[in-house]
Write a protein that binds this ligand. Structure first.
Ligand SMILES: Cc1cc2nc3c(=O)[nH]c(=O)nc-3n(C[C@H](O)[C@H](O)[C@H](O)COP(=O)(O)OP(=O)(O)OC[C@H]3O[C@@H](n4cnc5c(N)ncnc54)[C@H](O)[C@@H]3O)c2cc1C
Length: 264
């Protein structure tokens, strides 16, 4: 069971960062994941008093505070309208509404879970993380970093550029609220496609592919699927995941081009 002796609701990010430099301190998001772990800490640091629970929309970007919940992503009209409903689609299978009202975007992205629907979804967009100490960097770069105990930075917000990409999202799950067997998000800007695949079962990665030189969407989807590595666990084999990726990627591409989806 997760245990901590002290709880500090900080007044500033500077205070949070200073506290977190001690190995005995840890920042918490919604505490939904952490509470199931055996971690023991002296102090937990709560960012909930810093106004980082808002999704702001400007002319050219969305700014999502780290304390926003998954439910906020799910029901945010601007985000879902701009990106074709992918935020609703990538969150609605995660456990239940009560849980999604607690789990945060910061905890989901900073933890970089292999099964993460949120990471898979955001990787297909022009997304950046803003770290208190490390500054702003592309999410794809942040996602490649190993999750290390001595990384004591704080994820402040996520920034998603409104670059005109259209996007679609799909997962396959063995049962309704289980972790995904595979998670796919495809976006398109002009003739450039971005295919993000998570739950392989490793952490989401994204490939960029241009549609020149392909005879069909199926061929392009297969090429994208073959550029990832896959693993086997209790939910599915690597071969099955590769096959699913090719099929879902093609279906999502078809959706984005307005072509009818056949069930092949
Ligand atoms: C039973 C269960 C099923 C789930 N199923 C799915 C699923 O199907 N798909 C999916 O995508 N997700 C799933 N999740 C994960 C969930 O969506 C969240 O990602 C997870 O709960 C973490 O969010 P949190 O706010 O609870 O983070 P916490 O548990 O509070 O923190 C998680 C980690 O992130 C760190 N952290 C939190 N916020 C910050 C910050 N701002 N800066 C730096 N570090 C920070 C913490 O120190 C900790 O190491 C599941 C979780 C549970 C418990």
């Amino acid at each position: 069971m997760f245990r901590a002796e002290d709880y500090v609701k900080v007044d500033s990010l500077a205070e949070a960062y200073e506290l977190c430099q001690k190995r005995s301190s840890l920042v918490v998001g919604g505490n939904v994941w952490l509470k199931m772990t055996g971690v023991t800490k002296r102090t937990i640091v709560d960012l909930s008093g810093l106004g980082l629970d808002k999704i702001e929309e400007t002319g050219d970007e969305f700014r999502i505070g780290c304390m926003c919940t998954l439910r906020q992503l799910e029901i945010h009209q601007g985000l879902n309208q701009y990106f074709g409903g992918i935020f609703k689609e990538c969150t609605r299978h995660i456990v239940g509404v009560q849980m999604r009202n607690c789990a945060t975007v910061g905890g989901s992205i900073f933890a970089r879970f292999g099964f993460s629907d949120i990471l898979t979804c955001m990787m297909a967009l022009d997304t950046y993380v803003e770290l208190y100490h490390g500054g702003i960097m592309p999410l794809a770069e942040f996602a490649k970093r190993p999750v290390r105990r001595d990384d004591r930075d704080i994820l402040v917000r996520i920034i998603i550029k409104k670059d005109g990409r259209k996007a679609a999202y799909a997962t396959q799950r063995n049962t309704k609220t289980d972790f995904p067997v595979i998670a796919c998000c495809v976006s398109r800007g002009g003739n450039v496609w971005y295919v993000s695949v998570g739950a392989r079962p490793s952490r989401a990665q994204v490939v960029k592919i241009t549609d020149d030189g392909f005879d069909s969407l199926a061929e392009m989807a297969r090429e994208a699927a073959d550029s990832f590595s896959y693993g086997t666990n209790t939910r599915g084999s690597s071969g099955y995941r590769r096959q699913l990726t090719a099929v879902y990627t093609r279906r999502l591409m078809e959706r984005l081009t307005g072509r009818s989806v056949n069930r092949g």
